[in-house]
Design a protein around this ligand. Sequence first.
Ligand code: ADP
Length: 388
Amino acid sequence: MDFPIIGVIGGGQLARMMAPAATALGFELRVLAEGPDASAVPAVANATIGDYRDLQVLTDFAAGVDVVTFDHEHVPGEHLLALVEKGINVRPGPDALIHAQDKLVMRAAVERLGLPNPRWAEVSTVEELISFGNSAGWPVVLKTPRGGYDGKGVRVLDGAGAAGDCTDWFGTGPLLAEEKVPFRRELSALVARTPSGETVAWPVVESIQVRGVCDEVIAPAPDLDPAVAEAAAAAALRLASELGVTGVMAAELFETPGRGPGFLVNELAMRPHNSGHWTMDGSVTGQFEQHLRAVLDLPLGSTDLTGGAAVMKNVLGGENSDLFGSYPLALAAEPAAKVHTYGKSVRPGRKIGHVNAVGSADGVPALRRSAGRAAAIIRDGRDPLKEN
Ligand code: ADP
């Protein structure tokens, strides 16, 4: 049998990082990218430039591949349904993906499955928002159900006065209001599921966010109560199975000691996820390989750690635009660190790469220093340890 062709909608860093995994297993990866400068374009032999909101573009792209999957969650659900009706393998399918596209749909599903949500409500007017805040307690987190990422589409409201200032967000449809959860830290449970129903989970990780953007991930989450870790992984696996997910799914969680099973569900992503980048070097099977195996309905790979622990530090754009120019310093300073960059132009705060450090379970502080130092050198072009 011929090796399969996988089509990825979206040409960002997630599609880019699927490419080496596809090459290793002999699959062909094609991308439908937003533009010629997209991160994944130079990583694949066959890239189409086109608009993922155009059904004809999607249909033409899908016609040449065996399975369609995603780098992002923004493809309109009705277009995906149209592809499914034409007999195209869309993985994950639109019925699953809607839970990663629409936070109101996700909240309702989490509730239906009896899994732990923050207090929440669908609100369509400022009055409904204020009434939710008065009963659930302020502050309240107001979210646009669709289109948010990296904290965009999220507002924290301290009281009824701030809620009154949100009129600009109303009018385009209902919004999601949530209590502001007093969490200990953020966790992520990463799992994968095949169309046949095989599932696997990686260890639950701690994800450290700075200004709404993932900054660092520690795997496994240090000092996490084993019962909480087990319950969190079980919840993510159950969500994947019950929602019919195919591919990798991340359940972002809030750790809430003494409340519920010790965590609440924040949101779901149905694709490889920033909180899983550590698996590229820190797990027997990286999330990008696993995603491809899953969408092709192949047996899934071991999720064991290659060491006892792994740390991933994101590289966000800073002042330095000559990333390669910083490589000699970064690679010499931290020879055990694994550097990944995404071929993206540097803009302040933009995700342009990450660094993984893998080692023993008792060496997490050193792994954090090592990944952090290499990431800082790439971002700034100078070594933070050599500054006077
Ligand atoms: P995005 O889709 O932009 O990733 P999230 O819903 O994950 O949006 O929110 C971004 C960040 O805002 C979360 O990682 C968390 O730090 C914070 N946050 C979101 N919802 C809540 C909440 N209900 N309580 C407290 N903090 C929250």
